[in-house]
Write a protein that binds this ligand. Structure first.
Ligand SMILES: Cc1cc2nc3c(=O)[nH]c(=O)nc-3n(C[C@H](O)[C@H](O)[C@H](O)COP(=O)(O)OP(=O)(O)OC[C@H]3O[C@@H](n4cnc5c(N)ncnc54)[C@H](O)[C@@H]3O)c2cc1C
Ligand code: SF4
Length: 321
């Protein structure tokens, strides 16, 4: 690892000023420090934002405001989150391990980098790490990479479970940048790779995530994750779903998919089929088909399409039962 300077920011403005001067934000360090050890990230100066006073979970008139420095374990275990946003609590608990969740922050979780093996190996080309060098994953190891929204330049997936839940809930991300504060609705923080896969999000360099705000909770919500082993493993496929029923009819449905794209994938086609339809097996199958018929699997990940279809149908059926 290359030598680097470490400092703690006194407040958000000082952190943003340090970033404007070339510093890199450090949250819990559970992703960034790994990337530094691998030589993928080589910051000369770290500014620790995990100790900023952004560590509260507060009630708002509509929902909750979650500070960006709140640890994943604290968020997952918070009574209001467990009771009103089970999809978020379940997604967090499906991610990483207990020790990692004790360190990982909300801001860092949203901005963790892809686990594509070529991205993490500095001896290999990778358009995300070194723009213009190529994407060996397309023809190489891509079993766990994207089936939706990928480009010829990058087929990576976003690794965050929490982001999938937030995309379904429809959260708002609060950001402080050099030009002041602004908000970004989820989904919308992350971007598809297109011809610029080096950019994971719409953030500008030096933008600090300060909080995530949740709106009114759906009456029913859930998160289901398929992975290669029961713990400590990223999603092969996941679904976050939130629904409101009116008798046997689906009044509103919000669905997001994980492990399938460069972004937490909001399943708008599935939602359009579900909204106003009877909560039946036929509706769930039609919704899954509407979303996944658009999939463009690669050579070795076509198995994700029927997997996603089946898991989505089962998850919706259980949620609406
Ligand atoms: C073995 C292992 C298994 C894992 N399994 C899973 C899993 O199954 N599911 C899952 O979702 N995650 C998983 N993770 C990833 C883990 O959730 C992330 O590493 C963690 O959430 C990152 O949070 P952090 O605070 O440690 O971020 P850091 O590593 O500190 O930072 C990550 C990035 O965010 C930036 N950053 C941090 N805070 C801010 C801020 N407030 N504003 C702007 N930028 C900021 C940093 O500069 C850096 O670029 C796993 C990690 C490991 C090591
Ligand atoms: S899929 Fe993306 S991250 Fe992986 S090698 Fe290709 S460009 Fe790099």
């Amino acid at each position: 690892m290359k030598p680097f300077a470490y400092e703690r920011a006194g407040d958000a403005a000082a952190a943003v000023a340090a970033a404007a001067d070339g510093a890199t934000f450090l949250g819990g360090g559970t992703n960034l420090v790994d990337l530094m050890k691998l030589g993928v990230a080589e910051p000369l100066r770290l500014v620790d934002v995990s100790r900023l006073p952004h560590d509260a979970i507060e009630e708002t008139p509509a929902g909750l405001r979650i500070g960006a420095a709140v640890r994943n374990a604290d968020l997952a275990g918070h009574p209001a989150v467990r009771e009103r946003y089970p999809v978020l609590s379940q997604a967090l608990l499906a991610g990483a391990s207990g020790q990692l969740r004790n360190l990982a922050t909300v801001g860092g979780n949203l901005l963790q980098r892809t686990r594509c093996a070529y991205f993490q190996d500095t001896t290999k080309p990778c358009n995300k790490r070194r723009p213009g060098s190529g994407c060996p994953a397309r023809e190489g190891e891509h079993r766990n990479l994207a089936i939706l929204g990928h480009s010829e330049h990058c087929v990576a997936t976003n690794p965050s479970d929490m982001a999938v839940a937030l995309a379904a809930i429809g959260a708002t991300v609060h950001v402080l940048g050099a030009d002041g504060p602004r908000t970004i609705p989820m989904p919308g923080l992350h971007r598809l790779p297109g011809d610029k896969p080096q950019h994971d999000t719409v953030l500008n360099p030096g933008d600090l995530i300060t909080a995530v705000e949740l709106g009114a909770p759906a009456p029913r919500s859930t998160y289901r994750k398929v992975r290669d082993r029961a713990s400590f493993s990223f999603a092969v496929f996941s679904v976050a779903a939130a629904v409101e029923l009116d008798g046997e009819t689906i009044r509103e449905a919000r669905v997001a998919l994980g492990g399938v794209a460069h972004v937490p994938w909001r399943a708008g086609r599935a939602e359009a089929v579900l909204t106003g339809a009877p909560a039946t097996a036929e509706t769930f199958a039609a919704a899954a088909g509407a979303e996944l018929d658009a999939a463009q699997p690669l050579r070795d990940n076509a198995f994700k399409v029927p997997l996603a279809r089946d898991v989505l149908v089962r998850t919706l059926a259980e949620l609406c039962a």
